[in-house]
Design a protein around this ligand. Structure first.
Ligand SMILES: *[C@@H]1O[C@H](CO)[C@@H](O)[C@H](O)[C@H]1NC(C)=O
Ligand SMILES: *[C@@H]1O[C@H](CO)[C@@H](O)[C@H](O)[C@H]1NC(C)=O
Ligand SMILES: *[C@@H]1O[C@H](CO)[C@@H](O)[C@H](O)[C@H]1NC(C)=O
Ligand SMILES: *[C@@H]1O[C@H](CO)[C@@H](O)[C@H](O)[C@H]1NC(C)=O
Ligand SMILES: *[C@@H]1O[C@H](CO)[C@@H](O)[C@H](O)[C@H]1NC(C)=O
Ligand SMILES: *[C@@H]1O[C@H](CO)[C@@H](O)[C@H](O)[C@H]1NC(C)=O
Ligand SMILES: *[C@@H]1O[C@H](CO)[C@@H](O)[C@H](O)[C@H]1NC(C)=O
Ligand SMILES: *[C@@H]1O[C@H](CO)[C@@H](O)[C@H](O)[C@H]1NC(C)=O
Ligand SMILES: *[C@@H]1O[C@H](CO)[C@@H](O)[C@H](O)[C@H]1NC(C)=O
Ligand SMILES: *[C@@H]1O[C@H](CO)[C@@H](O)[C@H](O)[C@H]1NC(C)=O
Ligand SMILES: *[C@@H]1O[C@H](CO)[C@@H](O)[C@H](O)[C@H]1NC(C)=O
Ligand SMILES: *[C@@H]1O[C@H](CO)[C@@H](O)[C@H](O)[C@H]1NC(C)=O
Length: 639
């Protein structure tokens, strides 16, 4: 009996240290070093990802067939088609940043893809039914990372379960700063909890950045179903979860920007870092390496450890916080709120422990890429700290970079854009233009991204009014190869134009709700929350298929396009017609248009394909004031 308990205790200890932070708290702790290398060159996907994909491919193959059957495509036999393919179809999903607006609109769009959404099989069909289950990758950035993180870290829950309170998160009634609302005790507990967590990490010898505070605060919104609100939850532990091991969910990826020391400006050629359950690193020329997620926090010099390894640094909330450091500043805003002085003093105490020098960064110390000579960035390799900031700061607000890497073999990306590009906080395609430009920089390193027009054309030609396909004809991309002096298939570059995915771009638009709320609105009551989610569903589903009942078939055409091209197959007449309808045909209309998206009228009256007049969305005065104060703080330093 005794032994039996000892055994159980031993097993639980092993599985804990295997899954979670070794200290079972927010603090990282020592673990045995792995026998394999911690660092690798980024010339392929990791062996672990490759292995996992084999299992996922089996699952998605069936789901892709299911989808294509559902889509009612003419002159097409889904089963024969998919079963005869040499290479599995890979679908990628990308959810943009933009605070809670992006999270909630994204939630509606995601629910349109999710077979678990109620009513999706019946009258309120989305046309994308089951694509979440058929996808290989799912990427999120900033507000989009809150969405992906909320779903993934809650055992791949569904938006439906969140809305139905079965997964009890996203109670957005109170601002993240004033967590308990008028319940002062709750707020006090909240901050004391955060403070205790941070102390543990600091006592373990780690410098804290504001992102630690922010990440813990986010966890109270997104990971509140866990006993310790995710204090000990690591991203790498997802590897060991059944839903992941059984390949039931897509491969999750979060995106952040690396900021070189001593610089503020994030330019188009700044390095993009990606976090996935196995690894963190970059395919960009500047870094071109990955380190094992589980051993983040380990001191490495040119990839070598000193015999002592660290685990538990990759806290799930910290990684969502890293992708959304733009919002770090919320914590600093505390003095302007009506919180009690006790609470304020606790927060001030927390903040005193935090380096205020660079408020909007996440510090990754020690830098896993320290003293390596693989990447081209001397600044990154020679600093003992790897500094990351909000993934949208370089203007690429949709996390496309991980999905356009030729080594990932993605066929089609569904890119959901909930950015606030225009004065009225609607998207205008800017993110795509940035990703297009970036391929010409050295950092872009062999990625190919299809031609997209300028932001005025996006609006003038209604490309943000309805889903638009880019890169419909892979052959056209060969001019990009020539322009960039990338030679076609040879030993050093086995990739062809067909390895650049087709993009299905869907932008936020008002159907049943003004979904263009401010990025900095951090308080939503439940009705408004659900209204935005509903609007997101309608955006993705062509207003529940009322605008185009053939939408499912057209999406099917997009999914099979690259494999058809690869195999030299002709499109069906139906697909040709779909492509005429949804592909950007290369025409331009660059006349200034940025004030045009000022709807007075939401919904379907204009087919919602156009530019009706005058709309809502005003950043409240207090927010404007606060933003100004940030600028001032930025100028004069924070003391
Ligand atoms: C496919 O066709 C069947 C039979 O015509 C119809 O009942 C079903 O609603 C269609 N599905 C879609 C997604 O259009
Ligand atoms: C599968 O790939 C092989 C070579 O890799 C090629 O010869 C063959 O034609 C392909 N089959 C199909 C159906 O594309
Ligand atoms: C479909 O949408 C309508 C609103 O348009 C809603 O009343 C109804 O409950 C929905 N049906 C399902 C099954 O979700
Ligand atoms: C579309 O379907 C969604 C999901 O069932 C539902 O919430 C919404 O009310 C429907 N909208 C319309 C216009 O029917
Ligand atoms: C996670 O979800 C799966 C279903 O996808 C379920 O079987 C399992 O019990 C869940 N695990 C936990 C810990 O809730
Ligand atoms: C490393 O980065 C930090 C923070 O960005 C900076 O303060 C420091 O000077 C850098 N060190 C070197 C050697 O460049
Ligand atoms: C890229 O970065 C370098 C410095 O690392 C800079 O000189 C250059 O102007 C940047 N911009 C572009 C578009 O390459
Ligand atoms: C990407 O960058 C790395 C590091 O600079 C380089 O070795 C590699 O050849 C580059 N790959 C391509 C396809 O340009
Ligand atoms: C060895 O590495 C560990 C972390 O990986 C670090 O805590 C420790 O200080 C290092 N020891 C020396 C002597 O550098
Ligand atoms: C809030 O105000 C108090 C008193 O003016 C000050 O000591 C404290 O540093 C401030 N806290 C923050 C986070 O600005
Ligand atoms: C809305 O946009 C149109 C087209 O640019 C412009 O003429 C009109 O003045 C705008 N209306 C308002 C209320 O801003
Ligand atoms: C854009 O949509 C509006 C409203 O539906 C329409 O009047 C206009 O002709 C469309 N423009 C183009 C280029 O399709």
């Amino acid at each position: 009996m005794h032994n039996y308990h000892l055994l159980l205790w031993f097993i639980s200890l092993v599985s804990l240290s295997h899954c979670w932070s070794p200290t079972d708290s927010y603090a990282p702790g020592k673990v045995q070093c792995p026998s394999s290398d911690i660092l690798r060159v980024a010339d392929s996907i990791s062996d672990e990802e490759d292995q996992w994909l084999r299992g996922r491919d089996e699952v998605t193959k069936k789901k892709v067939v299911d989808y294509l059957k559902y889509a009612n495509m003419t002159d097409f036999n889904p089963e024969d088609y998919v079963n005869n393919l040499n290479k599995s179809i890979h679908i990628g999903l990308a959810f943009s940043g933009g605070g809670y607006r992006a999270m909630l609109n994204g939630a509606g769009q995601m629910s349109a893809l999710d077979e678990r959404t109620k009513g999706i099989h019946g009258k309120n069909a989305s046309g994308l039914n089951g694509l979440l289950q058929a996808s290989t990758y799912i990427a999120g950035l900033s507000g989009g990372s809150w969405l992906v993180g909320s779903i993934v870290f809650n055992n791949f829950t569904s938006v439906q379960d969140i809305v139905d309170h079965k997964t009890d998160i996203w109670n957005l009634k109170h601002s993240i700063v004033n967590y308990g609302g008028i319940n002062v005790v709750k707020t006090l507990d909240y901050y004391k909890g955060i403070s205790d967590d941070l102390n543990k990490k600091q006592d373990a010898g780690y410098e804290l950045s504001l992102t630690d505070t922010w990440g813990r605060a986010l966890s109270h919104q997104f990971l509140s179903t866990l006993d310790d609100t995710g204090a000990s939850l690591t991203f790498s532990s997802v590897q060991d979860w059944d839903v992941f091991k059984n390949h039931e969910m897509p491969f999750p990826i979060f995106v952040s920007d690396a900021r070189a020391p001593h610089t503020k400006i994030i330019s188009i050629n700044s390095t993009l870092a990606e976090f996935n359950p196995f690894e963190v690193g970059s395919y960009d020329a500047s870094v071109y390496q990955f380190t094992k997620m589980k051993y983040l926090g380990t001191q490495l010099s040119n990839g070598e450890n000193n015999g002592t390894c660290i685990s538990g640094f990759d806290n799930a909330g910290y990684i969502m916080g890293t992708s959304s450091t733009l919002f770090n500043q919320f914590v600093l805003k505390i003095n302007t709120t009506s919180l009690s002085s006790t609470i304020k003093s606790i927060i001030t105490e927390i903040l005193n422990d935090v380096s205020n020098e660079e408020e909007d960064v996440a510090l990754y110390y020690p830098n896993p890429f320290y003293e390596t000579d693989v990447g081209t960035s001397f600044n990154i390799a020679n600093n003992d700290t790897f500094t990351l900031v909000d993934g949208g700061e370089d203007g690429q607000n949709i996390p496309l970079s991980p999905l356009i890497q030729p080594v990932r073999d993605v066929d089609v990306i569904f890119a959901f854009d909930n950015s606030a590009d225009t004065k009225k906080s609607w998207p205008n395609g800017k993110s795509l233009t940035q990703t297009f430009e970036r391929q010409f920089t050295e950092t872009g390193n062999g990625t190919i991204f299809p031609y997209v027009p300028d932001i005025n054309t996006f609006i003038n030609l209604n490309l943000t009014a309805r889903p638009t396909f880019f890169g419909c004809d892979a052959k056209n991309l060969s001019t990009l190869f020539q322009q960039r002096n990338i030679s076609f298939t040879n030993e050093s570059n086995p990739y062809t134009v067909y390895d650049s995915p087709l993009i299905v771009y869907t932008a936020n638009r008002p159907f049943s709700h003004w979904s263009n709320t401010s990025t900095f609105k951090l308080k939503y009551d439940e009705d408004e929350r659900n209204a935005i989610i509903r609007n997101g569903f309608e955006v993705a589903s062509r207003n529940n298929l009322t605008l185009d009942s053939e939408w499912p078939a057209c999406v099917g055409c997009a999914i099979i396009r690259r494999s058809q091209e690869r195999n030299g197959e002709e499109q069906s007449d139906q697909c040709k017609k779909c492509f005429e309808r949804y592909c950007w045909d290369g025409s331009l209309d660059s006349e200034a248009a940025q004030d045009k998206l000022n709807f007075t009228d939401q919904g379907t009256t204009s087919g919602n394909e156009g530019t009706k007049v005058s709309g809502s969305n005003v950043i409240s005065f207090s927010w404007a004031l606060w933003l100004c104060s940030l600028v001032i703080v930025g100028f004069f330093g924070f003391q």
